[in-house]
Design a protein around this ligand. Structure first.
Ligand code: ATP
Length: 232
């Protein structure tokens, strides 16, 4: 089976900062994979390379068997929530989704309904987005990714900035995606979130992989590798 993500020896430097230093990452299809690490560990840089927003300096990158740097066609099948989408505040949730995803065709209505249901926004679909809380906007961002019917969903700290209830909603949502058998790569600095939501985890510290493997194996380690998460 082709891995959803297959990264080897990935390196990226910004000026004097080595953001990624020989990173390997393998994400199996149908799994939720956590990318865990403190601020500045290189998580966002790695995700941005996977979706073609940033180039690498060296190493090999395959996402769904393709090189994401090769252009938009090579990135079909991948949807990401890395930066907050630019919603139009005066438009309803569903009109924003239609606009962002350029929805048309026979399946459009069904895909839209499903994305709204999965993200718990069905009852809010006709409300203008200016009335949405941060957590609802974040879920709408997930819906915008889902309407693209991705084979791989890339999420960068989706619970960041949310209150505890919003964070819980987001984790529940990732749990629903996992139950649907979707492939998700989830960056987070919160070990508890990753332990709750993910099958596998790769821990990045200062641009290097400190650990990678099943969450269950990591949890069994004593002492817990919390020291890996101290801010770099
Ligand atoms: P955070 O959770 O704070 O976003 P992160 O793990 O996502 O952290 P990155 O944002 O990938 O980490 O940053 C890794 C390192 O690369 C940091 O030292 C950061 O300052 C640096 N960096 C990232 N992007 C750039 C850029 N465009 N120009 C200069 N330095 C950058």
């Amino acid at each position: 089976m082709v891995p959803a993500v297959d990264v080897r020896g990935l390196t990226r430097r910004f000026g004097g900062t080595l953001a990624l230093d020989g990173v390997d990452l393998h994400v199996a299809p149908g799994t939720v994979h956590g990318l865990l690490g403190p601020n500045g560990a290189g998580k966002t840089t790695l995700l941005r390379i996977l979706v073609g927003l940033v180039h690498s300096d060296s190493g090999s990158v395959r996402v769904l068997g393709q090189d994401p740097a090769a252009g938009p066609r090579a990135r079909e099948g991948v949807a990401a929530l890395i930066e907050a989408p630019r919603f139009r505040p005066a438009l309803s949730a569903e009109d924003n989704l239609r606009m962002l995803a350029d929805l048309d065709g026979g399946r459009a209505a069904a895909v839209l309904d499903e994305a709204l249901a999965t993200t718990g926004l069905t009852a809010e679909r006709r409300r203008p987005v200016r009335h949405f809380s941060l957590g609802m906007r974040q879920r709408l961002g997930m819906a915008a990714a889902l309407v693209r019917e991705p084979q791989l969903l890339v999420l960068d700290e989706p619970a960041n900035g949310l209150d505890p209830a919003g964070s819980r909603d987001m984790l529940d949502l990732v749990g629903r995606l996992a139950a649907e058998g979707r492939t998700v790569l989830l960056a987070s600095h919160d070990m508890a979130d990753v332990a709750a939501a993910c099958d596998d985890v790769t821990i990045l510290v200062r641009g290097q992989v400190a650990r990678s493997g099943p969450v269950a194996a990591l949890r069994a380690e004593a002492p817990a590798p919390a020291h890996l998460l101290e801010t770099a």
